[in-house]
Design a protein around this ligand. Structure first.
Ligand SMILES: Nc1nc2c(ncn2[C@@H]2O[C@H](COP(=O)(O)OP(=O)(O)O)[C@@H](O)[C@H]2O)c(=O)[nH]1
Ligand SMILES: [Mg+2]
Length: 291
């Protein structure tokens, strides 16, 4: 099957060359240089990739979209995505493509969790963040996968149906949600991820984690509004209950009601009700939109 390997790259001159050189064995290679200020484009071309360059940095999501548009404009049947920073091993591309060729899956995700050794290699502070992101992706999609892995293979028809909203890193979760929603078959296969590369993460893990989480919460709000809003509403009611208790407790022990706490309890009750109503409304709307 005709395969296109899409490599999003932002300032990866140290590693993109070897990734391209190794990936070339398994299909045509396109590097989407997302406004790098180093020699990413030059080295990628030299190594044998087709290069499309964004004039400025638009984010990983947009870079992948550029690559996907190219794939759809040609007759590629399988599209692989792999990171340019050398964390993934291009020689594992056939492991991802195989289930598609054998018609066992439409979207294959390279997972760090299926093998003990590769799971252990994830630094522990990252593991916590990844757990949160995986669980919230699960809330949006109902599937529990290595939602942040950028090493994937997919059938052309998956791309034809995807309408990705995410520009940044939450694109990885977005793809999982959109694929399950369209009824595509998802499969995870074990891969290895290296953590001894020169520039393994381009963003600070905390702000990166929160921005991905914000993107995923947006996805949950869009796909499953009732779930998101009833959770928020429940939190409001809990806050109201705690404040209500603090307001009345002094009264029952012989003093006055604490007014500030009582007002707070009232406000959180109202917010809770409003959130719940908003959830119900959006739920109906999102169902209508999808029908
Ligand atoms: N096109 C593009 N690629 C990016 C951007 N940020 C990161 N990447 C690429 O996306 C891949 C994964 O990024 P990385 O920071 O290593 O993510 P992490 O390993 O999940 O922390 C690498 O190949 C990067 O070059 C960006 O703004 N635009
Ligand atoms: Mg990386």
């Amino acid at each position: 099957m005709r395969t296109l390997i899409v490599i999003p790259a932002y300032n990866e001159e140290l590693t993109v060359g070897s990734v391209v050189a190794l990936a070339k064995k398994y299909g045509d290679v396109i590097v989407v240089d997302d406004g790098s200020t180093d020699r990413t484009s030059e080295i990628a071309k030299e190594a044998g990739a087709l290069v499309i360059r964004h004039k400025q940095n638009l984010g990983k999501g947009r870079a992948l979209k550029t690559g996907f548009e190219y794939a759809l404009s040609r007759d590629y049947e399988v599209i692989v995505t792999i990171d340019a920073d050398g964390q993934h091993n291009p020689d594992e591309i056939p492991i991802l493509v195989d289930p598609i060729v054998k018609d066992k899956a439409d979207l294959v995700i390279g997972s760090r969790y299926l093998r003990k050794e590769s799971k252990k290699s994830i630094p522990s502070y990252r593991r916590i963040g990844l757990w949160v992101l995986n669980k919230s992706t699960k809330m949006a999609s109902n599937v529990d996968v290595d939602s942040q892995s950028g090493f994937r293979a997919m059938r052309r028809k998956v791309l034809e149906r995807l309408n990705l909203e995410s520009d940044g890193y939450s694109v990885e979760s977005d793809m999982v949600v959109a694929a399950t929603e369209n009824g595509f078959r998802l499969l995870e296969v074990p891969i290895n991820v290296r953590y001894d590369v020169p520039k393994k993460h381009k963003k600070n893990p905390i702000s990166h984690g929160f921005s991905v989480l914000a993107g995923i919460v947006g996805l949950i709000g869009y796909r499953r509004p009732l779930l998101l809003f009833s959770t928020l509403s429940l939190l409001s009611f809990i806050a109201a209950a705690i404040l209500g208790y603090l307001a009345l407790e002094p009264y029952y022990s012989g003093g006055n009601v604490y007014l500030t706490q009582a007002i707070g309890a009232g406000i959180f009750t109202i917010i809770g009700i409003q959130l719940f109503v908003a959830g119900l409304t959006l739920n109906v709307l999102s169902k209508m939109v999808r029908e």
